[in-house]
Design a protein around this ligand. Sequence first.
Ligand SMILES: Nc1ncnc2c1ncn2[C@@H]1O[C@H](COP(=O)(O)OP(=O)(O)O)[C@@H](O)[C@H]1O
Ligand SMILES: [Mg+2]
Length: 353
Amino acid sequence: MAHHRSNNGINRNELFEEWDSLPAVRNMPSEKSSTRPKPAAGRKPKRDPQQVITELADQADTENSFDFSYHASRHERLWITNSLVGFYDDHWIDDVLRLLKGGKEANVYQCQANPRTLGDVDYLAAKVYRPRQFRNLKNDHVYREGRINLDSEGHEILDDRMNHAMHKRTDYGLKLMHTSWIEHEYQTMLRLHAAGADIPAPYARGNNAILMGYIGYDDMAAPTLNQVSLSPLEAKLLFERVVHNIELMLVNERVHGDLSAFNILYLDGEIVLIDFPQAINPHENRNALRIFERDVTRLCEYFSRQGLRTYPRSLAADLWKKHGLSIKPDVHPRLIDDQNEQDRVYWQNLQQD
Ligand SMILES: Nc1ncnc2c1ncn2[C@@H]1O[C@H](COP(=O)(O)OP(=O)(O)O)[C@@H](O)[C@H]1O
Ligand SMILES: [Mg+2]
């Protein structure tokens, strides 16, 4: 599938207006919910933050010649430079052209691909995370359950000191966990792309960013599915296509975890699934069926608005069984923590079913 097209008649202003009203992605609360202690009132920070930024910016200016045409404020420019300079040094990108979507969690930028490395690929998309994005993830244990922690090379973290830091959620530990989230997103994309799923091709990742195939037009990204109205025939075909992708994910041991019409791009009659940091392994996560049902339900909500008759509960159960996943995960009672509210509810539900 060719994922880049010239803009053929979509009203760009209309789309941008709609983007402004997008709701925040669930499970990704704002910085406000941070539980990190605030500095005591009246205490002066050791150094003026503005001065630190200026120094860093000067360093960034002198250490490399990564200059880009996108007009950013000084703060944003520094953030982009630090997050994307590795992709520039490795000859993936030549330029940052525009911000496609800015959010509380991440900004996605359209970049000019380096033609010597990428031939006839014109553009790439770079998703750059806010530094503290995953620190504030509410209920992150729901997604992290059964997951191993990965370092920036994609290897399991076995070092005791590092594991202790993550367990204690020290600053260093949180930094490692941030890297691990991005690494999981990237590994999921590698795996699903290799399996032939309709997702952007993953090219590279850094400590704070993922570089992937660009889905869109010369001057704007493809709209998300929730911005598009479908004919009945197209709705039927695209629903089947998404279900095919969901099945492909199950075969490859992944449940998206935040699937909805907001995380599916639509380009010239085809769909592309995006946004995988919360993807989970259905064999390792006890919450998998619930998360899967929620994904299927949100998807069905969109398609039923497009006039399709959908049966989310039975569809989710059928797909689950078809791929050999058990409806009641067999958890040894000793693994259930009676001090943990979530575990108690889980145990009670098991008794009732
Ligand atoms: N590969 C891509 N090509 C074009 N646009 C993209 C791409 N990935 C993301 N976007 C744009 O950025 C938005 C946010 O990306 P997403 O991965 O959903 O991050 P989040 O929802 O966590 O902010 C998308 O809705 C889309 O507009
Ligand atoms: Mg999203």
